[in-house]
Design a protein around this ligand. Sequence first.
Ligand SMILES: [Zn+2]
Length: 167
Amino acid sequence: MRETLVLNASFEPLSTVSLHRAVVLVMQDKAVVEQAHSGLRFRAAQVDIPVPQVIRLCRYVRVPFRQRAPWSRRGVLVRDRHRCAYCGRRAATVDHVVPKSHGGADSWLNTVAACSEDNQRKADRTPEQAGMRLLAQPFEPTPADALLLALGVRDRAALPEWLARTA
Ligand SMILES: [Zn+2]
């Protein structure tokens, strides 16, 4: 599902919406397209606009809606910058700190990026049981990070400069 980032009139990131909702906002003149997926056009009867990646509201919204990121394996890897929580090397798998078989949840605070070696070594055990130590504690992404995750942006450096400043 393609998500579109919504900026306030002041350029502050507010939330993400579905592509459909973003197109409706632009068609109703409630928002303008700030950044589009290059080459992609949204075409329907009477409509032909670039597929928006970022839209900006035409009127300032006073109550910002703070979005919490839904948990996902991809999100954990992005949050941890693809670094293993146990050894710091490149990670491609997600480890449940408290294993699911021990009642551990699919949640931001119970999952970390892990290299496949450490993931296999830890297996169905807690870090204490496995004699392994977390280099850093897992955390809930900030609202700004949540927006980037929803957009599938791995790295702030990939954002346009004006957006990287606010995110
Ligand atoms: Zn590792």
